[in-house]
Design a protein around this ligand. Structure first.
Ligand SMILES: [Zn+2]
Length: 566
C-alpha cells in the first residue's frame, strides 16, 4: 500500500473533501491480481453478476428475506466503509463524512448520489437527509429480471446509506426510499432519519435490519429445506420401490406369456401386458378392445390368473353366439317353470363364476334388454334368476371384450352409455398384428414348431422370400389368421422349409386393388370385409362370421342390408 493513495484523506482542507477522485482512491495492481480502494482490497464484479446473485437470493429465499439480507449486507458494507474512511481522514464535522460517503457510493459505480438536503441538530441528535439516486444499478437489475416492482427495490443502497451515516454520526440512522426507479420512475428518492425521528415506523425498520430476526429466518428456512429434502428422499425411495415392483410385474407377466407360448415382444404388446398385469390385482371391471384374432382372450385370462381370484373359477361366454333369451338365462340363471323347458332351477354364469372371473366375449352384441340387466348386475353386484322373486348377491369380477367401437355404438344409441361407462372403467386395447410386425417372425416360428410336431413333419424353417411375404401381409384376421396360414404351409411343405408357394394365395398376392379398398367410409369398409370373408371361406357363413367376429345372425342381417349373397 502506498502512502500516496491514502494521502488525500489525511488532508484537512474542507474544500477538497467533496472532490474525491477515483484515481486517487484506487491502487490498481493488475500484475498481482489485487485492487485496493482506500486501502481495502476490492474486487470488480459486473453489475450483471451482482444482479444474478440478487436474483438467486430472491428466488431461493423469497423476496422478503432477500430484501432484509441485502439491507443487512448494505448496512455492514457502508458501516465498514465509513469506519475505514474516518480512520484515514480528519473531518471537521461528521457531516463531511456523510458527504464523503455519498461521493464514494458514486465513485464505486453503485449509484450517482445527489444530496438534496442535510439537517442535523447536534444537541438533540435530530438528523434528516434527503437524497436523489440516479441510475441505481440495483433498480436497473431488478427491472431487468423482474420488471416493474410495486415497492422500492434499492435494498442494498438503503442499507449502505444507513450503515455509512450511522457510523459517521455514531447514532442509529435509517434510510428509506420514498420512491424508486424500480417502480418505473426516472430516479429514486430516499430519506434518512434518526431513530426518534421515524416515530411509529421505527419498529418495523429496526426489525428489517436486525440480524437476530434474519438468523431466525435462516433457521426456519434451513428447517424447511431439511424437511423438503427428507420428503424428496422419501419420494425417491417410493419411486425405487415402484420401479422394483414394476420390474417384478414385468418379469411375472412375461414368464406367464412365455409359459403359454404367447409371443409379445413388441413394445406395443409389452405395454398391453403391463396394463393387464397392473389392473389384474384390483377388482376393477376391464374392457379389452381389439380386432378378432389379436389375442384378447389371452389378455383376459392373464388378468384372471394374476388376480387374487386366480384360484376361483374362470367362466367365459360368447355373447354373440346366443339368442337374447338364451343369453339372459345363461348369464343370470332361471327358476323351474320360468319358461317352457325350464324343468329345474339353474344357476347363471354370474353365480357359477362367484369369487372368480366372468369373461363376456363380444359384449358389443348384447341385446338392449340384457344390457339393462347386465348394468344392474354390475352396479348392484346382485342378480335375479329369470322368473325368480328374490335377488342374489354375487361377488363376480367381469372382464369383457369386443371388437366393436362401443363408444361409437353408445353415441349411435345402439349400446347403453351407462353400461359402456361401467364396463369401460379400465380399457385395454390390443393392437392388430400389422401394428406389431416385429412379433411376426417369432410367432411364425412358434406356430411352425407346434404344427410340425403335431403333424410329425420335418419342417423346420421358412424361406426368406416366404418370411418376407408373411411380414408384408395385412393380416386382417391377425394372429389367428397367421397361425392358420402357417399350419396350412406345414401341411403343404415338401421339404424342410416353407416356401412362398406353400402360403395361402391372399398372403402372396400382390395387393389386388378392389373397389372400396382405400375408402375411409365405415359402411363401405364393412361391406368389403364381409365380401372378403365370404370369398375366403367359399361362402361358408359360419366361418365367415367367425372371422368377422360377429354372429351368423348379424352376418345374415348385414348381407341382406348390403344385398350380398354367399
Ligand atoms: Zn431505488
Amino acid at each position: 500500500m502506498t502512502d500516496s493513495v491514502s494521502a488525500p484523506f489525511h488532508r484537512s482542507d474542507p474544500s477538497s473533501r467533496n472532490d474525491l477522485h477515483l484515481a486517487e482512491l484506487l491502487d490498481f495492481r493488475p500484475d498481482q491480481g489485487i485492487i485496493r480502494l482506500h486501502e481495502q482490497r476490492v474486487v470488480i464484479l459486473s453489475a450483471a453478476a451482482m444482479g444474478l446473485l440478487r436474483k438467486e437470493l430472491v428466488d431461493t429465499l423469497g423476496v422478503d428475506t432477500a430484501r432484509r439480507l441485502l439491507l443487512r449486507f448494505g448496512f455492514a458494507d457502508g458501516y465498514h466503509d465509513a469506519v475505514n474512511l474516518r480512520e484515514r481522514s480528519t473531518w471537521s464535522s461528521p457531516l463531511d463524512g456523510v458527504r464523503a460517503g455519498a461521493t464514494l457510493h458514486t465513485l464505486e459505480g453503485i449509484v450517482r448520489v445527489d444530496v438534496r438536503r442535510i439537517d442535523r441538530d447536534p444537541e438533540s441528535g435530530r438528523f434528516e437527509q434527503e437524497v436523489a439516486w440516479h441510475d441505481s444499478y440495483e433498480a436497473e437489475q431488478h427491472l431487468h429480471h423482474y420488471g416493474k416492482s410495486a415497492m422500492p427495490v434499492c435494498w442494498s443502497l438503503v442499507g449502505y446509506s444507513s450503515g455509512f451515516v450511522s457510523a459517521c454520526l455514531g447514532q442509529e440512522i435509517y434510510f428509506r426510499e420514498q420512491s424508486c426507479a424500480g417502480q418505473g420512475g426516472g430516479h429514486c428518492l430516499a430519506v434518512g432519519r434518526d431513530a426518534d425521528n421515524w416515530g411509529a415506523e421505527i419498529d418495523s425498520i429496526r426489525s428489517d435490519f436486525q440480524a437476530a430476526d434474519l438468523g431466525h429466518e435462516v433457521e426456519r428456512l434451513r428447517a424447511a429445506v431439511g424437511a423438503r429434502l427428507k420428503e424428496v428422499e422419501r419420494r425417491e425411495r417410493l419411486l425405487e420401490r415402484r420401479e422394483r415392483e414394476l420390474n417384478l410385474l414385468r418379469e411375472r407377466i412375461n414368464r406367464h406369456a412365455a409359459a403359454r407360448q404367447f409371443v409379445a415382444g413388441s413394445p406395443a404388446m409389452q405395454e398391453v401386458l403391463e396394463l393387464a398385469g397392473r389392473v389384474a390385482p384390483l377388482d376393477t371391471t376391464v374392457l379389452v378392445y381389439g380386432e378378432s384374432g389379436t389375442g384378447k382372450e389371452f389378455i383376459v385370462r392373464l388378468i384372471h390368473d394374476q388376480s387374487p381370484r386366480a384360484s376361483g373359477p374362470f367362466v367365459s361366454i360368447n355373447c354373440a353366439a346366443l339368442t337374447e333369451t338364451l343369453l339372459e338365462s345363461e348369464l343370470f340363471g332361471h327358476v323351474r317353470g320360468a319358461f317352457t323347458g325350464a324343468v329345474r332351477d339353474k344357476a347363471g354364469l354370474f353365480e357359477v363364476a362367484r369369487d372368480g372371473t366372468l369373461f363376456l366375449d363380444e359384449v358389443g352384441e348384447v341385446a338392449p334388454t340384457v344390457q339393462a340387466k347386465l348394468l344392474r348386475a354390475l352396479q348392484e353386484r346382485e342378480i335375479r334368476r329369470v322368473g325368480a322373486e328374490r335377488s342374489i348377491k354375487v361377488n363376480t369380477r367381469v372382464v369383457a371384450a369386443t371388437n366393436r367401437d362401443l363408444r361409437a355404438a353408445a353415441d349411435a344409441g345402439t349400446f347403453r352409455e351407462d353400461l359402456y361407462f361401467r364396463l369401460g372403467a379400465f380399457i385395454i386395447t390390443v393392437p392388430p398384428l400389422r401394428d406389431r410386425r416385429e412379433d411376426i417372425p417369432p410367432l411364425v416360428h412358434a406356430f411352425l414348431v407346434r404344427a410340425a410336431g403335431r403333424m410329425k413333419k420335418d419342417v423346420r424353417a421358412v424361406s426368406a422370400e416366404a418370411m418376407s411375404a408373411l411380414m408384408n401381409y395385412r393380416w386382417p384376421g391377425n394372429v389367428r389368421e397367421l397361425e392358420h396360414a402357417v399350419e396350412r404351409a406345414v401341411i403343404l411343405a415338401n421339404g424342410p422349409s416353407i416356401r412362398v408357394r406353400d402360403l395361402p394365395p391372399e398372403v402372396t398376392q400382390k395387393t389386388r386393388v378392389r373397389p372400396g379398398d382405400d375408402t375411409l367410409d365405415l359402411q363401405q369398409q364393412e361391406r368389403v370385409s364381409i365380401e372378403r370373408a365370404l370369398e375366403r371361406f367359399g361362402g361358408n357363413r359360419r366361418k365367415a362370421a367367425e372371422a368377422l367376429n360377429i354372429s351368423t345372425v348379424t352376418l345374415w342381417r348385414k348381407m341382406k342390408h348390403y344385398g350380398l349373397s354367399a
